[in-house]
Design a protein around this ligand. Sequence first.
Ligand SMILES: [Zn+2]
Length: 383
Amino acid sequence: MEEFCVACRSLGLTERIALFLRHREKESSLQSVSSSVFGQCFGDVNDWANAKRYVLNSSELDGLVIEVFRNFTRSQRYSLYARTKLGYLFYKRQMKKARERYPHGHSIPQPVMFNGVKILPIPVLSNNYSYLVIDTHSSAAAAIDPSDPLAVQAAIEQEGVTLEAILCTHKHWDHSGGNMALRRRYGSCRVYGSACDAIPELTNPLSDKETVTVGQLRFKALFTPGHTVGHMVYLLDGKPFEGPACLFSGDLLFLSGCGRIFEGTPETMLASLDTAADLAEDTLLWPGHEYALDCLTFASLLELENPVLEQKLQWANQQRLEKRSTCPSTIGEEKEYNPFLRTHCWELHRALGLQRLRGEDWDSFRARVLKEVRHRKDLYKAN
Ligand SMILES: [Zn+2]
């Protein structure tokens, strides 16, 4: 270890990261690469103990990130983001930049009220949504994916509610990065999520179909791996409020899109998307990102003659011109235009030039369709 660290000091940034990665691969557990090891490897660049000061004051992280992007494969970059403190530093940097660029949030949120429940989207970072779900009778509230703790705290104070629970869809910093600060601020607040996903500050690990109760609010956790190994979505029961159910879908499902398949196979992701597609048509979809315009434009390049899609794209264009949020849509709507929920549609098969092979299992074929759509979307995004 000592040698490793000494060697690091005499090398450039790229080599240091490569060495760090190689060292990490030897560890039995990703968590076992301690912050002190990271600090030693990058000691003069970004000492973990001084991370906060460093992130706020140094321009070197930008250089480091540029190096990472230039020199590493996608899976290595992902590994750095999801599994090392470098990802956390990157997230802190993103948050600082977004707060400067969008002092009032990237979009104008449109809260929804039913009889006894209020859902407040909180635009955070450059395109994420956190949500505050409030039981208006008891003022108990749950926060979904509170990535910017200050923005979520401001909403809690403005609404005058008590934060009882954080429901975290997955471990990525842009969804879980605020857990620590909010737990520090609201000591009694519970943190829910999958035990498989290394969610910071997790206090109540959940398994598939478990229920979380906050005041009169009842959420059902649904296990939806693919984007990460432990991704979960949360379904708020609308019956007590005489309203529709609400799905907080994290990075599983977006308006006309789905999350990247970082930690699973197309088959895994398909099963998770089917879980969402099987919900009631009037279920409101509250996604983790404001990606509507990008996703609808991509979908319209795939399916050229889909009037519902055309109409939604026009509407989204108008909304975004006015900086208005595009959520929620409904599961019923999504099935009309979201290509990731249309793997069964021959129009999509034709557009992709894919045919079911003789003897090919139907779900295997749909997984192949999903893989192709995801691949094209990744390429589209890269251009
Ligand atoms: Zn994610």
